[in-house]
Ligand binder design. Sequence first.
Ligand code: GLN
Length: 544
Amino acid sequence: MTRYIFITGGVVSSLGKGLMAASLAALLQSRGYKVRIRKFDPYLNVDPGTMSPYQHGEVYVTDDGAETDLDLGHYERFTGVSARQSDNVTSGRIYQTIITRERRGDYLGATVQVIPHVTDAIKAFAQADTEGLDFVLCEIGGTVGDIESLPFIEAIRQMRNDLGRDRTIFVHVTLVPYIAAAGELKTKPTQHSVKELTALGVQPDILLCRCEHPLPDGERAKIAAFCNVRKEAVIPALDAKSIYAVPLQYHAEGLDYEVLRAFGITPGLAPDLRRWDEILDRQMNPEGEVTIGVVGKYVGLQDAYKSLNEALVHGGLANRVKVNIQWIDAELFEEAGGDVAARLEPLHAILVPGAFGSRGAEGKIAAIRFARERHVPFFGICFGMQMACVEGARNLCGISDASSTEFGPTDEPVVGIIEEWMSDEGLQKRQDGGDLGGTMRLGAYEAVLRGNSHVAGIYGASHISERHRHRYEVNTAYRERLEAGGLIFSGMSPDGELPEIVERPDHPWFVGVQFHPELKSKPFDPHPLFASFIEAAVKQSRLV
Ligand code: GLN
């Protein structure tokens, strides 16, 4: 029997509902339950694929090629359960499906309405593919009171009625602000938020109260009384010293216990939290530190590189070192007097991440050149790999006009658009002037690694599968010349057509990958490329 935990947020946004859902799922998992987490996004985009990272943060890509909300990255990192397209739905996608059906005449003359058609679609989404699962956690994006989220709240209200209270619970995440002038924590915003929710027919079972100061017993009792929730189910959620401390902290506050109790389940033995103790021990007691420079485009907003940030932290966990990340705007290196060496010399390794468009590209190429010439560990991801090939072509192969067709027409398309490629579903084609949404090479694709290459050693494998999100490819017409220049194509698609990995054997650590390894890294299972990259940075730190 699958049970549903619905998570809403109140008072303000950015309370960390995603982390809360991920942590609760991890706690239930550590009690032996099978879990899956889903996200409802009330906005009208069909998916976040076409949104700017500044609007939305990172686009998280799943194995099955869905472009999803970055919270799904938290879910995967905390539970190890691979997310799927069916784990993220937006109002846009729901309306798209309904309107397509309406145009086909599927509604047989009926009036199509928010209730029941939209709410039914939301309920169907929540309950799809749940076989064998003990708990499905559904996080509702936005804040209670938003117009956009009303159909979602209505749908979960109905689900409580449909399935009964032993199969559905409501967790509401709120803020208990500290008013410094009065020296007090204030419960009123929480009271108002719960009032708003109950007006929509949803009475929360558990309140998770984000607060900067410990919640005194009196305040806890007050919230319980006004919000109609048991006092023990008013859980204080103080800011944690690390996101990986959150499951342990919530457990200590009784969250998983209260969730089970709300379902009428008698909590069995204490959960096995050794995995989280070990992660936290490694993070809190590092034996050294390294500084990595990430030379990118969206450096003003760390959410734009959420998974990358975490994967670097995981690489640190694998090596028991603290990883300091310096976010460097690539455009700095394009300005007159933008001294690349002065900025990059103190770093122990350099990473150029994924990006779109030409802005900052020349700065990235300058950073890659520096890393190559100075033998500083270099990791190029997606766009970073493409620019490593352009850099090599220009500076080692004498192709001075080497470029990417992403930046406009060029006579030397070292990186170019692909119009056809093979996937598990057969031949994929892209048309000029076609849709931008969902038309990249997306999701998991296999790569075959060259024997004796650096990457084959790092992976300890000859075949790998990694997630992709890109439109352009390194052009194999330049392969021979690039290899003669020392940039070896050490990973290729199984049909040998698409370059997946390049590396330099004459360099301590120089790897470029066309895919996004950061999407698959976990704190308890750091990605081998990140573990190895940070290990190289540790070695470099002993030299500088
Ligand atoms: N803009 C490049 C492409 O579309 C790289 C994409 C990326 O880095 N994710 O191929």
